[in-house]
Design a protein around this ligand. Structure first.
Ligand code: AMP
Ligand code: MG
Length: 346
């Protein structure tokens, strides 16, 4: 049985050439590996150096709190408690409450209790395998937000249940970066946290930052894009089946699970990008929704967007070669990929 696994980036910042050369416009950059992903930061103005050092510490703190593989994290301790109440702290409880809000709003497409399912497919421990239908059916008994009991600062799970905050943690991390940039008076810049982008202000010349949306057909070529997105003071998060997958007997299995089947979602979508302004939403929301809308598929995703329950715009890339953008992105998105057809949703 041959397994091949890949982990690929979803969105990348296109730096471009900056025309401005003033000393005050010199950026400070930082690159770290945290929360299982490459993270890049660029800041201009304010206490730039301290902002980067705070951001780095904060990413490490969140990793130590939320990791599913570090046995000392609050999340791991909750998962290992066998049903006992665990003092996970207010922050983890608040994140689980947010996760519950998105689970309710998406009809269960977003579900952090899919952890035992991700593990059974080997995504947690990099030990890939294809569980049988019978095994998957049994796993679903342990899935559902009703398995989590939350108090102010403690949480408990039904024995056998487990949580994985991987679909929301980097979005939350982007929100924490925004708090730091604000506190340190950063004037402009961005943070790119493995598929989660925070655009802080615009470029020094006043134009928007340009974010490249990865072409899912060429995940190993960072220059292959379905298009570019102009962003100022906004969050953009991409979920895609090309980001993490393995191959077994000629079939490809990716990491975004459908709670209806306990298997990788086959929704007809290959990537979903959710975008919102900093004055309208946050990174946690974009992260949760990009994962959920991937599971829901085009029709349900479009209905969800039209319902207006959350303020966001989206880019759907479909298996049949279409790039569907919502009307709010008409001026911000430019199609760039090979052979994709652009459709605008309203
Ligand atoms: P993302 O890259 O944000 O789409 O999140 C994917 C990660 O979230 C996976 O690697 C799993 O750990 C977890 N996950 C998979 N499927 C779901 C789902 N339907 N709802 C919530 N979390 C999920
Ligand atoms: Mg997500």
């Amino acid at each position: 049985m041959k397994h091949f696994a890949g982990v690929f980036l979803a969105v990348s910042l296109i730096m471009g050439l900056s025309a401005c050369g003033g000393a005050e416009e010199k950026p400070q950059d930082l690159q770290i590996i945290a929360m299982d992903t490459a993270m890049t930061f660029r800041v201009y103005g304010g206490e730039a150096h301290q902002a980067l050092s705070d951001a780095s510490l904060e990413m490490r703190r969140l990793e130590a709190l939320l990791s599913r593989t570090d046995p000392n994290s609050a999340v791991s301790q909750l998962n290992a408690a066998g049903g006992d109440e665990v003092p996970v702290g207010k922050e983890v409880c608040d994140l689980l409450r947010a996760a519950d809000t998105y689970a309710q709003a998406t009809g269960g497409a977003f579900d952090v209790t899919l952890a035992p399912v991700s593990s059974a497919w080997g995504f947690t421990e990099n030990a890939y395998r294809v569980p049988s239908r019978e095994e998957r059916e049994q796993l679903l008994d342990r899935v559902g937000m009703e398995h989590i009991t939350l108090k102010e600062e403690t949480a408990a799970l039904t024995p056998g249940a487990a949580v994985d905050l991987g679909a929301i943690a980097k979005g939350y991390a982007a929100d924490q970066v925004a708090v730091i940039f604000d506190a340190r008076g950063v004037e402009r810049g961005w943070a790119s946290l493995g598929g989660n982008v925070l655009a802080w202000g615009g470029r020094p010349d006043g134009t928007a930052w340009q974010v490249g949306i990865q072409d899912p057909a060429h995940p190993d070529d960072a220059n292959a894009l379905v298009g570019t997105l102009k962003l100022k003071d906004a969050y953009a998060v991409t979920s895609g089946s090309y980001q993490r997958f393995f191959e077994d007997s000629g079939r490809r299995y990716h990491h975004i699970m459908d709670p209806a089947t306990a298997a990788p979602a086959e929704s007809g979508l290959i990537s979903v990008t959710v975008v919102t302004g900093r004055d309208q939403g946050n990174g946690t929301m974009c992260d949760a929704l990009s994962t959920a809308l991937f599971v829901m598929g085009e029709e349900r995703a479009v209905d969800f967007w039209r319902s207006g329950i959350f303020a966001f715009q989206m880019i759907l890339v479909t298996e049949d070669g279409r790039v569907c953008i919502t009307s709010g992105l008409e001026d911000a998105f430019e199609l760039g990929g090979d052979g994709y057809v652009l459709e605008t949703l309203s």
